[in-house]
Design a protein around this ligand. Structure first.
Ligand code: 5RP
Length: 231
C-alpha cells in the first residue's frame, strides 16, 4: 500500500499535467475532489503567470470556492451550455474507461458538466485504476423517495448504505439538498446497463457511473500516462 505522501504527489502530478490542456478562450468544467484541486490550482498559476484567459464552470461549492481563491473567472452552464473541456477526478476507472464518481457527493453536477463538454478528462493516481469496476456506486436520492429507491436498488442486486456526515449527525446533504446512497454491487460487469436501470428509478436523481470519458491522466511510476478511449 502506498504511503499518503506518495499518493498526494501522484494526485498532484496527474492534476497538474491536465492543466496544460486548457487554452485561452476555452470554457472549462472544473471538477471536485483532492486530485482535480491540483488542476484548479495550476490553472490559477497559469492565469497569473502566463495571462491564460478562460472561463470555469465549477461542479460544486468546493470547486467554486477554490477557483475563486485561485483567481479563475467563472461562468454558468446556462450562460455557456457547451463546454470545450471538463476535467475531474474519479473514485475508480476501469480498463474500458468506465468511471465511478461521487466520493465527494458531487456526481450529479459533475455528470451534467462532463456531458456538456466536448472533451471529458479524468485525473487520477494509480490506486483508482482497476480491471473491472467494483467500487460502491454513489447514488443521489430525493429524501422524500429514500426508502422506495433503496428497495428498488436492492432489487437490482445492490446493497445501499446511506452516507452519513462526519462532524454532523445524520445523512450527508448534497449541494442540491439531497441524500446519497453508496450502493455495493460487487464486480460490475455491465456498467452501462446497470446505469440505465438505475436511471429508471423514480426519485433517484443521478448515479455515479460515467460512460463518456475521453481520456485518463493516470499518475503511475514516475510519470503521468495518458490513456485515450478506443474508438
Ligand atoms: C466527487 C468525486 C471526486 O472526483 C472523486 O471522489 C475523487 O476524489 P479525490 O480526487 O479526492 O480522490 O467524484 O464527487
Amino acid at each position: 500500500m502506498k504511503d499518503a505522501s506518495a499518493n498526494q504527489s501522484a494526485k498532484k502530478a496527474a492534476g497538474e499535467a491536465a492543466a496544460d490542456l486548457v487554452e485561452s478562450g476555452m470554457v472549462v468544467g472544473l471538477g471536485t475532489g483532492s486530485t482535480v484541486a491540483w488542476t484548479i490550482k495550476r490553472l490559477g498559476e497559469r492565469t497569473r503567470e502566463e495571462g491564460l484567459e478562460f472561463l470555469g464552470v465549477p461542479t460544486s461549492f468546493q470547486a467554486e470556492s477554490l477557483a475563486i481563491e485561485c483567481g479563475i473567472r467563472l461562468t454558468t452552464l446556462n450562460q455557456h451550455p457547451v463546454l470545450d473541456l471538463a476535467i475531474d477526478g474519479a473514485d475508480q476507472v476501469d480498463h474500458r474507461l468506465y468511471v465511478i464518481k461521487g466520493g465527494g457527493a458531487a456526481h450529479t453536477r459533475e455528470k451534467v458538466v462532463a456531458c456538456s463538454a466536448q472533451q471529458f478528462v479524468v485525473v487520477a493516481d494509480e490506486s483508482k485504476y482497476a480491471k473491472h469496476l467494483s467500487h460502491p456506486v454513489p447514488v443521489e436520492v430525493l429524501p422524500f423517495a429514500l426508502r422506495p429507491v433503496e428497495r428498488q436498488l436492492q432489487e437490482l442486486g445492490g446493497k445501499p448504505v446511506l452516507r452519513l456526515g462526519k462532524m454532523k449527525d445524520g445523512p450527508v446533504i448534497t449541494d442540491n439538498g439531497n441524500f446519497v446512497l453508496d450502493v455495493d454491487y460487487g464486480r460490475i460487469e455491465e456498467p452501462v446497463e446497470l446505469g440505465a436501470r438505475m436511471s429508471r428509478i423514480p426519485g433517484l436523481v443521478e448515479h455515479g457511473i460515467f460512460e463518456n470519458l475521453d481520456e485518463l491522466y493516470l499518475a503511475r511510476g514516475s510519470g503521468v500516462e495518458r490513456i485515450k478511449r478506443k474508438s
